[in-house]
Design a binder for this molecule. Structure first.
Ligand SMILES: [Zn+2]
Length: 274
């Protein structure tokens, strides 16, 4: 049997009935913000689920000090743009590389090109302000967003869609840039980033299916924050209520002039990653 056909058959046989069809996943545009510790496993998870159309945004190059958690790259890639190195590694994906460091305005312009009925955003960057921007823009335009953060042994993940508590309901605003420590000072276990990157991909694929079913299906996946500490392997699930007065839930969109900062203070773990 043709190896490609055999792979496709295996995929169909293994596909769980609760996952959307391969055709639906293949036509969805997944916008991955960040190609680092979360972005690498998220991309692998998307590829394994049958995703095809991916926009990958990152402004950085491969650095030897991050290879333990940025599993797509090797020492041979050091110095290469992450977006291009990822595209070389994941030939099964049609990756549109965007080498840029986005702020709210640039993300807003990028998402203008995509159909909200067939787009899912995965916020994998190390920029707390970009997480808020992705949250706010997703709600304003009806695009589901998956946001995650990891720190040391712990990670958290949240899917955001209209009608459920959002990232800004949980964390009202990003910390001031002066409180953002360097990622190297925070410390991240590579396996924590790997776990949460794949978790993001699974949520994103399920959101892709929910897009075709309507807002109730999206809401059933969103607004539930799940956290795990790999030291004791406990999963916690929080069901926060939408915060009265949340401007993101009201569809106000992001502050297009919000400052950017990499990594955040320890008081807001979900905002940290990569
Ligand atoms: Zn909200």
């Amino acid at each position: 049997m043709n190896p490609t056909l055999r792979t496709r058959s295996a995929l169909e046989l293994e596909r769980a009935p609760e996952l959307p069809s391969a055709a639906l996943i293949a036509r969805t545009r997944f916008v991955v913000l960040g190609a680092g510790g979360l972005g690498c496993p998220a991309l692998l998870g998307l590829a394994a689920a049958g995703a095809r159309r991916v926009t990958l945004v990152d402004d950085d190059v491969v650095d030897a000090s991050n290879l333990q958690r940025q599993v797509l790259y090797s020492t041979a890639d050091v110095g290469m743009a992450k977006t291009l190195a990822a595209r070389v590694q994941l030939r099964g994906l049609q990756i549109t590389p965007v080498r840029a460091r986005l702020d709210a305005r640039a993300l807003s312009e990028l998402l203008e090109d995509y159909d909200p009925r067939a787009t899912v955003v995965l916020e994998c960057s190390d920029d707390p302000a970009l997480k808020f921007a992705a949250n706010d823009l997703g709600l304003a335009r009806g695009i589901p967003v998956v946001i995650a953060g990891v720190q040391r042994w712990r990670g958290q993940v949240l899917a955001v869609a209209r009608g459920s508590a959002c990232y800004r309901c949980l964390y009202e605003a990003p910390p001031p840039p002066e409180l953002a420590p360097a990622c190297s000072a925070v410390g991240i276990m590579g396996s924590v980033a790997g776990l949460f990157g794949h978790w993001m991909a699974l949520l994103a694929v399920r959101l892709a299916g929910a897009l075709a079913e309507g807002e109730a299906a999206l809401r059933s996946l969103a607004g539930r924050m799940q956290a795990m500490d790999l030291r004791d392997m406990r999963i916690q699930t929080l069901h926060p209520r939408p915060r009265p007065g949340c401007r993101a839930c009201a569809g106000a969109g992001p502050d297009l002039d919000a400052p950017r900062a990499r990594c955040s203070s320890a008081r807001a773990g979900l905002q940290q990653n990569q």
